[in-house]
Ligand binder design. Structure first.
Ligand code: IPE
Ligand code: IPE
Ligand code: MG
Length: 244
């Protein structure tokens, strides 16, 4: 890939919100005859690089799918390695995230995570809550169907308590019950690793997102790949059902 990808990016048409399904860690490791957890570790290095680059490009929202509601099906050892990596990442990284003006956020039901992870998440949110730069959202124990289910439960509860008038229910109203309510819809959904599916990520929110796929495994994903996807994004015409 060309080295100077950055020079071609139109600074006036940077996507506001990039969502990434970080995939391919296991296969990256397997290719090197290493245990899968080595791939997850290498994937954390990519997170560091991409968060930094998004920050310096002035992107406002980056949402990373880190652990799905279905990932609990994996072997216990792998799940606990992932949880430990999360704890270590936050412990190590939060100072720099804060210095870079990043707001740390999560979506998904974190109450099922180990206590040590919950504590680090809460600390990280507290420390960075007044920042004004990139909002970094990690999707943890996140599944979009579960999120929509929770929204329906909460709407029904509020209805039962006479807090809702049926005439109030429109798309904006529903959005406000989702865990993504403080985030704008992603402009672009990115999935590396050669898989072409959404895997229960942001089903409501990606209604008009641009999709970008690549065969690169997440641990091999570099800032030049980020530049490339932004360039591709800038060449697309978004019509939202209308005409040019
Ligand atoms: C993504 O990589 C990380 C998580 C899902 C937590 P994978 O672990 O899914 O890697 P592959 O898809 O098996 O290569
Ligand atoms: C999606 O990747 C979830 C995350 C990246 C956290 P998976 O590897 O779990 O998805 P499938 O099983 O290939 O669809
Ligand atoms: Mg995978």
């Amino acid at each position: 890939m060309e080295k100077n990808t950055l020079n071609y990016i139109d600074k006036n048409n940077i996507p506001n919100h990039i969502a990434i399904i970080m995939d391919g860690n296991g296969r990256w490791a397997k290719k090197r005859f290493l245990p899968r957890t080595f791939g997850h570790k290498a994937g954390v290095e990519t997170i560091r690089e991409i968060v930094k680059e998004c920050s310096s490009l002035g992107i406002k929202y980056l949402t990373l799918y880190a652990f799905s509601t279905e990932n609990w099906k994996r072997p216990k050892d792998e799940v606990s390695a992932l949880m430990n990596l999360l704890i270590q990442y936050l412990k190590k990284e939060i100072k720099e995230l804060h210095e870079n003006n990043v707001i740390f956020n999560t979506i998904g039901d974190i109450s099922y995570l180990p206590n040590a992870a919950i504590e680090e998440i809460q600390k990280s949110k507290e420390v960075t809550k007044d920042n004004t730069g990139l909002t970094l959202t990690l999707a943890l124990n996140y599944g979009s169907r579960n999120d929509i289910k929770n929204a329906i439960v909460n709407i029904l509860k509020d209805y039962k308590n006479n807090r809702i008038d049926i005439d109030d229910v429109d798309e904006e109203f529903i959005r406000n019950y989702l865990s993504t309510k403080s985030l704008p819809d992603p402009d672009i959904l990115v999935r590396p690793s050669g898989e072409y599916r959404v895997s229960n990520f942001l089903l409501w929110e990606i209604a008009y997102s641009e999709f970008w796929f690549s065969d690169i495994y997440w641990p091999d994903f570099r800032k030049e790949n980020l530049h490339k996807l932004i360039l591709d994004y800038q060449s697309r015409e978004r019509r939202f059902g209308g005409l040019k």
